[in-house]
Design a protein around this ligand. Structure first.
Ligand code: HDD
Length: 760
């Protein structure tokens, strides 16, 4: 075969497979280049971008766009090559001795391709394997230099680029998003003074107090090692065995059994730095600090039944939500708040601020808003950015410092260490997503996958041969200087394996959390303990957990015991004889209801049912009103594609009753139009839509004839109390119906209708 001309068919046996021109490659020089979008000041990626709204960050908004351009690749209009840049003529066939003969070892093109493919996978993170991320920026509200010299807080309006990864903890990389689990909330700030990683969670406390116990905790919660079950779930023997033996985990268990563990969206959850850190100003004075991220869209969660169903229909629910919010312009946003207190304040608290199982109640130390963070650009490539990003608790910058929290100490070691295996060596900081925008100069050399080409013969300090460069900054040159913190207690100076006395108080804040929740939230916590413990097969573990819960809340323990058909055991003996009285007995800030958000419905997903004969104008009226408020309104019909309205107009159904089940939406509209209603009444899916929306306490609007569907599904708009259900709206007029619907939807859920067990 003479493969000389570019016009040769690529696959002689399947002509036409690779393009309209009979499988013929475009002749040399005939590639169509992508349209030029070169705008002055725009970056390479913007110049070559696809037509994706979210890809376009406004100029100057994210400085990390520019430094990454040198490694961005866009193949539009380009010829296929090997990794050595050799143009490939045929990407369909391996090199053979005759069409039916053996493949030749000399086929370096085949071998390069297969070899690279064989090594495409890297080890997943030992915890937080499943995650999703986005780019954005942090913007300071004010100059905080009196408290800290950290670069992001230098002046009001200062913007620092960030890359943020959210994650679940227990499940593997391919597991579901809506598992009951803690969510990671890791922020990489690319500051002028180097990278700062604030590696937090969506809960402000943790299971354990000392890093010594972390491998045990993770081994207990992960799928059990003999049969590797369950995936993305904590409802199993080994987890509850461990935590029931570790009463320090009780406070965290309250959070994990609450609806915080099944967020509606990453954009509707809080984030916390968890540990107490330090802020340090230019004079070297330091204060203690806790970091809070509060979502602009409010704190909202799923219901358990909903989370379970979503995990089957859309395991990528949170990943998709994050992506779509950014692409549609309803960008996730948080306010950064700090709780600032002194060592002297901390010495008076009833708990130890070095104990990561305790929070500082907002009623004791208020949260001061200091800036906002907006995520406005999706990654270009999941692996290169989201998978390869390496967050490390040790990455702090001048203006920040650690405390002696023993959990934090272990983390300072663990994160750098784990990347060495996961990312294949000590040069992971050179992977583009990890490299700082601040310049890097030191004498570290070599190692696997080195990218930089350091010049000269000097790789040591001090030196005279390179004029002493790179030279140390010193404190005056804004070099990092650790705070010369004094140890508080005399006995701290002895080398011991022990804990401070107050670490032994395990229940005050667990009680504070439970008692600060609304009745609906308390009911969900009790139901979650019941569910999880009912999956435990060893009765002694259930009993031990109940005996620990009794110390936190006898009321909760009694509810859970009743749910498990078990008598209440004796309370677990306390580890501390006399604990100081807690300052705060009730903290409304700990309830999800405390943060309804900005009251908007931006980013919410609404489904409008339709079928042939639907009252088209009313559908369009409701849809337009929702779009105007930033909500996403989808029309769903028995089949995708055209729906013919009662007036003979064509509407497009973008989803079907089958391909997007009702529980994937925040609210439901039942349309007007007698013929359509009759068609929908013959679809079993219609009733599933209505019943799920009702059971999950969501808003339903029935327009005109649509009310018949509500009745046929057995839904009553009256609550058990006799009052009207505020989440079920019946209206003959689409405009006024849409208005009331939007108001009801802004409340997110109508828990007044909830019963346990569900009646529908
Ligand atoms: Fe951790 C990943 C958060 C305790 C060791 N952790 C990891 C991630 C988050 C957290 C958000 C994912 C980062 C990403 O998206 O890549 N971890 C926490 C919080 C903790 C905590 C808030 C308690 C306050 N972690 C903790 C301890 C240790 C680790 C006590 C070990 C002593 N964590 C790791 C790790 C991981 C990790 C093994 C796995 C992958 C990685 O670091 O990069 O090093």
């Amino acid at each position: 075969v003479q493969a000389t001309a570019a016009a040769m068919p690529y696959n002689t046996t399947k002509a036409g497979e690779h393009g309209a021109a009979m499988g013929v490659a475009p002749a040399a020089g005939q590639h169509v280049p992508p349209p030029s979008r070169l705008v002055t000041g725009s970056t390479l990626s913007e110049t070559q971008m696809n037509d994706k709204v979210g890809t376009l960050a406004p100029e100057g908004v994210n400085a990390a766009i520019a430094p990454l351009d040198r490694v961005r690749v866009d193949s539009a209009g380009q010829v296929l090559t090997t990794n050595q840049g050799v143009r490939i003529a045929d990407n369909q066939n391996s090199l053979k001795a005759g069409t039916r003969g053996p493949v030749l070892l000399e086929d370096f093109i085949l071998r390069e391709k297969i070899t690279h493919f064989d090594h495409e996978r890297i080890p997943e993170r030992i915890v937080h394997a499943r995650g999703s991320a986005a780019h954005g920026y942090f913007e300071a509200y004010e100059d905080l230099s009196e408290l800290t010299m950290a670069a992001p807080f230098k002046h009001a309006g200062k913007r620092t680029p960030v890359f943020v990864r959210f994650s679940t903890v227990q499940g593997e990389r391919g597991s579901k998003d809506t598992a009951r689990d803690v969510r990671g909330f890791a922020v990489k700030f690319y500051t002028d003074d180097g990278n700062w990683d604030l590696v937090g969670n969506n809960m402000p406390v943790f299971f354990i107090q000392d890093a010594m116990k972390f491998p045990d905790l993770v081994h207990a919660v992960k799928p059990e090692p003999h049969h590797q079950m369950p995936q993305a779930a904590s409802a199993h023997d080994t987890f509850w065995d461990f935590v029931s033996l570790m009463p320090e985990s009780t406070h965290m268990l309250m959070w994990v059994m609450s609806d915080r563990a099944i967020p509606r969206s990453y954009a509707t959850m809080q984030g916390f730095g968890v540990h107490t850190y330090r802020l340090v100003n230019a004079e070297g004075q330091s204060v203690l600090v806790k970091f809070h991220w509060n979502p602009k869209f409010g704190t909202h969660s799923l219901t358990w039944d909903e989370a379970v169903k979503i995990s089957g229909a859309d395991p990528d629910y949170h990943r998709r939500d994050l992506w779509e919010r950014i692409e549609s312009g309803a960008c996730p946003e948080w306010e950064l708040g700090i709780q600032v207190f002194t060592e002297e304040d901390a010495a008076r608290f009833s708990f130890d601020i070095l104990d990561a199982t305790k929070l500082v109640p907002e009623e004791l130390v208020p949260v001061r808003p200091v800036g906002r963070m907006v995520l406005n650009r999706n990654p270009d490539n999941f692996f290169a950015e989201t998978e390869q990003v390496a967050f490390c608790v040790a990455h702090v910058i001048p203006g920040l410092d650690f405390t002696n929290d023993p959990l934090l100490a272990g983390r300072i070691h663990s994160y750098v260490d784990t990347q060495i295996t996961r990312l294949g060596g000590p040069n992971f900081h050179e992977i583009p997503i990890n490299s700082p925008i601040a310049p890097v100069h030191n004498n570290q050399r070599d190692g696997f996958h080195r990218q930089a080409i350091p010049r000269g013969r000097v790789s040591y300090e001090p030196n005279s041969l390179a004029g002493g460069c790179p030279f140390q900054a010193g404190a005056a040159g804004q070099g990092f200087v650790s705070v010369a913190a004094r140890l508080r207690n005399r006995e701290d100076s002895a080398k011991v394996r022990a804990k401070p006395e107050l670490f032994a108080e395990h229940y005050h804040q667990a009680r504070l959390f439970y008692e600060s929740q609304t009745p609906a939230e308390q009911a969900h916590i009790a139901a979650a303990f019941r569910f999880e413990l009912s999956k435990v097969t060893v009765p002694a573990i259930r009993e031990r957990m109940l005996s620990s819960l009794l110390n936190a809340s006898p009321e909760l323990a009694a509810r859970v015991a009743a749910g498990l058909n078990t008598p209440l055991p004796e309370p677990m003996p306390l580890a501390i004889a006399r604990a100081p009285r807690p300052e705060v007995k009730r903290s409304p800030a700990l309830s999800l209801m405390a943060r309804p958000g900005d009251g908007s419905i931006a980013g919410r997903k609404v489904v409008i049912l339709a079928a042939d004969g639907v009252a088209g104008e009313s559908v369009v009226t409701v849809q337009a009103a929702l779009f105007e408020q930033g909500a996403v309104a989808r029309i769903s019909a028995p089949r995708i594609g055209p729906v013919i309205t009662a007036d003979g107009v064509e509407l497009q159904a973008d989803v079907s009753l089958e391909n997007e089940p009702g529980f994937l939406f925040d609210a439901l509209v039942l349309p007007d139009g007698q013929e359509a209603v009759e068609r929908l009444a013959h679809e079993g899916h219609t009733y599933e839509f209505i019943r799920d929306q009702y059971r999950h306490c969501k808003t339903i609007l029935a327009l005109g004839a649509g009310e018949q569907l509500l009745r046929a599904a057995g839904i009553d708009a009256t609550l058990p109390s006799g009052a009207m259900d505020p989440g079920i709206l019946i209206d003959n007029d689409a405009a006024s119906g849409a208005e009331a619907f939007i108001r009801a939807l802004a409340r997110h859920r109508h828990f007044e209708r909830e019963t346990d067990p569900p009646v529908v």
